[in-house]
Design a protein around this ligand. Structure first.
Ligand SMILES: [Fe+2]
Ligand SMILES: [Fe+2]
Length: 343
């Protein structure tokens, strides 16, 4: 579903500059040459690959961003997964299962991409399960009706696509390549959400009001998905310099608002913002104030479903222990058989 469009520190930070003072003159020269090669690739809009030298701070920023993104995909399976057993028809159930399964796949590609930077899957999952790592705040809200499933597809996956398309051009090769496939699947997620809402809006008054209620509850949270305003985004400048972040939070948010307003008209729903209005001079829609206090409270663990989401993930991981044990036992058996044959 989804991405972590803001990058919140989760206890990892370092910079190669910290170590420079203890290097010998020769090592310093080697390091400077490596840094120059890295800078040249970034300046030429090229790709950094796992075996290339990279500054420690670049590596750590990527591990943090990609793992937060992976965690968001995996936790993002939960609010919609709640509705698989209650989908209103076989067709909707099949679509929802496919979508939730896609999100699981996105998480796996992204964990793999993060692992190429030298952090193990176990370390990444441990950070999530112990609450040190962040994931997107949007998944800490409940899905109260079936209309929420459609609205998540339309707006949450819609916001995710807006944020993720520029990541296909990210300077780190494995992340950029994972995003190409993810974006294709997100596009299906967005369209199935819109289509299911379209069907409900052609239904009875109760169905229509369910859709409007879900839009009212999710709209502002989707705008917050793009992260804090540019003026408050301390990490953005460095992320842009490194070719990790390509478009600013506010520009992405504006693109999302401008793209969504006409879709809401087609659907026949009202976006819950009295200040939302076309600004002829800017060539964009103006919109109201986002409640950042609520956003940060949720990011910091105090949203309505934070504890439930984390507990569900931890339980799923623990329940899957026997599968990992069996896979390891099988791998060991294969390895000793191969060794015996080679001997
Ligand atoms: Fe996804
Ligand atoms: Fe998605």
């Amino acid at each position: 579903m989804y991405t972590q469009s803001f990058n919140v520190p989760d206890g990892q930070a370092a910079d190669t500059r910290e170590f420079k003072s203890v290097l010998s003159a020769h090592d310093q020269e080697v390091l400077n040459a490596a840094q120059s090669r890295f800078d040249a690739v970034i300046d030429a809009d090229g790709k950094i690959e796992p075996k290339d030298w990279m500054p420690e701070a670049y590596r750590k920023t990527l591990v943090r961003q990609i793992s937060q993104h992976a965690h968001s995909e995996i936790v993002g399976m939960l609010p919609e997964g709640n509705w698989i057993s209650r989908a209103p028809s076989l067709k909707r159930k099949a679509i929802l299962i496919a979508k939730v399964q896609d999100e699981g796949g996105h998480g796996l590609y992204l964990y793999s991409a993060a692992e190429t930077l030298g952090t193990s899957r176990d370390q990444l999952l441990d950070a999530l399960h112990t609450g040190r790592a962040k994931y997107s705040s949007i998944f800490n809200y409940p899905t109260l009706t079936w209309a929420d499933v459609g609205v998540i597809g339309w707006l949450v996956d819609g916001a995710a696509i807006m944020n993720q398309i520029p990541l296909c051009r990210c300077s780190y090769g494995p992340y950029a390549r994972a995003m190409v496939r993810i974006c294709k699947e997100e596009s299906f997620h967005q369209r199935q959400g819109f289509e299911s809402l379209m069907v409900m809006m052609q239904g009875n008054a109760e169905q229509q009001s369910m859709v409007q209620d879900a839009v009212n509850r999710w709209w502002w949270k989707c705008l917050a998905m793009f992260g804090p305003p540019d003026a408050d985004s301390t990490n953005s400048t460095q992320g842009m310099r490194w070719g990790i972040k390509r478009v600013s939070n506010d520009d992405l948010r504006q693109k999302f608002v401008d793209a969504t307003v006409p879709q809401a008209k087609v659907l026949g729903v009202t976006l819950p913002d009295p200040d939302l209005i076309w600004n002829e001079a800017r060539g964009h829609h103006d919109y109201g104030q986002i409640d950042w206090d609520e956003f940060w409270a949720t990011v910091n663990g105090n949203g309505p479903c934070n504890k439930e989401r984390l507990a569900t993930r931890v339980k799923a991981h623990e329940d899957g222990q026997w599968v990992r044990d069996a896979a390891m036992a099988y791998a060991r058996k294969q390895q000793s058989r191969q060794q015996a044959e080679a001997a």
